[in-house]
Design a protein around this ligand. Structure first.
Ligand SMILES: [Zn+2]
Length: 196
């Protein structure tokens, strides 16, 4: 193993991946979502696009063997392993605006948006770089009528995914900050990361 860390509840981190590195994202306690953004190390203007990923895979779901694609329709990450089985490509990161609109919370609240901004600033990135993330372990159900419902994650303690880098990448991951809904099973906990 090259590197490992734990992202404490309601915080985030950023790091570089070399092409072919394997990133393991672990739901340590279960029921916790991790948001992920990825950028081409050589040109940060190329970044993860959930819309292009849905377009290329022809599905709002992602399964082992599928890729996460960039805004230039290049594969950035391969989903190599998955013990959880449900992830989200539809939702934006939680943010002060979201907490205000959805929950009427005006006080300061930790958020994935703020955490992404904090850990990406040192690479010269700003608000304009924070698009919709890959929401690992987030369990979004879609009804036939198109109704979107976020349910508790399917992941239990120790469930994980492995993503293999298809390019040299800058990656940011957060342990999602929403404790008000089923998204994180009403409790924010930590996320484990390993690079091999
Ligand atoms: Zn979040």
């Amino acid at each position: 193993m090259k590197w490992e860390t734990v992202i404490p509840a309601q915080t985030g981190t950023s790091f570089k991946l070399d092409k072919k590195d394997r990133l393991k994202v672990i739901d340590l306690e279960g029921g916790q979502v991790a948001d992920l953004l990825a950028f081409n190390s050589g040109d940060y203007r190329e970044s993860l696009s959930t819309a292009a990923t849905i377009d290329c895979n022809g599905s709002i779901h992602i399964r082992p063997g599928d890729h996460l694609y960039s805004n230039r329709y290049n594969p950035l990450l391969l989903l190599a392993e998955d013990t959880a089985g449900a992830h989200d490509l539809l939702h934006p990161p939680c943010s002060p605006a979201m907490f205000r609109a959805q929950y009427g919370i005006d006080r300061e609240h930790p958020s994935c948006y703020h955490n992404f901004l904090q850990v990406l600033r040192k690479y010269g990135l700003d608000e304009s770089s924070i698009g919709p993330p890959f929401n690992i372990f987030m369990n979004t159900n879609l009804s036939e009528a198109g109704r979107v419902e976020v349910k508790e994650p399917l992941s239990g303690p120790g469930d994980y995914i492995v993503l293999e880098a298809q390019k040299d990448l800058l990656v940011a991951v957060t342990a999602c900050s929403v404790e008000e809904s089923a998204c994180n099973a009403y409790k924010c906990t930590s996320i484990g990361l390993e690079i091999c």
